[in-house]
Design a protein around this ligand. Sequence first.
Ligand SMILES: *[C@@H]1O[C@H](CO)[C@@H](O)[C@H](O)[C@H]1NC(C)=O
Ligand SMILES: *[C@@H]1O[C@H](CO)[C@@H](O)[C@H](O)[C@H]1NC(C)=O
Ligand SMILES: *[C@@H]1O[C@H](CO)[C@@H](O)[C@H](O)[C@H]1NC(C)=O
Length: 155
Amino acid sequence: MSLLTKTIVGSILLFIAFCFVSSDIFPSSCELNVLIVLDRSDSVKGGFNRSRDFVLNASQELNIGPHAHSVAVIAYSGKRYPRQILPWNFAKNNEEFYKKVKQLRSPGGTTATREALLDAYVLMESRNKSIPNVIMVVTDGQSQDVPTDAARKLQ
Ligand SMILES: *[C@@H]1O[C@H](CO)[C@@H](O)[C@H](O)[C@H]1NC(C)=O
Ligand SMILES: *[C@@H]1O[C@H](CO)[C@@H](O)[C@H](O)[C@H]1NC(C)=O
Ligand SMILES: *[C@@H]1O[C@H](CO)[C@@H](O)[C@H](O)[C@H]1NC(C)=O
């Protein structure tokens, strides 16, 4: 899973970069739904703060707003820990995104990636279906549940 995740993160950053480079050629392609699935267990290497700051750093490439990037975040850890869901358009702009994501804390727990991806599937139902999507999964930990079927369902 962690290899897959790194690949996903890599291609998304690439995609977002491409979107920016070509923004004055294809402005309409820069409308995107961006769903971030963030492991907030402390098993993440370097602690949760490091993954959270990675997302904050990457969000500088985003352009959150109407007719641009629409974002949602699922922060998760173990099965018995409630997942925190920031729904589509919880942030109207980059500043609001930064503020709200910076407030996320680790409750501890393990890494139930499959459960989080099933939530992601439900959340995708309420996206703006007329624009393309990217899903970014940020985890370094080993999942306690096998996420393969949930990941397939999302594709
Ligand atoms: C994580 O960051 C928060 C502030 O964003 C800070 O209060 C907390 O002490 C940090 N935790 C660790 C383990 O560094
Ligand atoms: C985020 O960016 C800052 C400044 O460029 C850098 O020092 C830091 O290591 C980055 N953090 C992560 C987790 O990538
Ligand atoms: C979805 O995106 C389209 C294309 O930008 C836009 O015209 C429409 O208003 C959006 N729908 C909602 C519900 O935001």
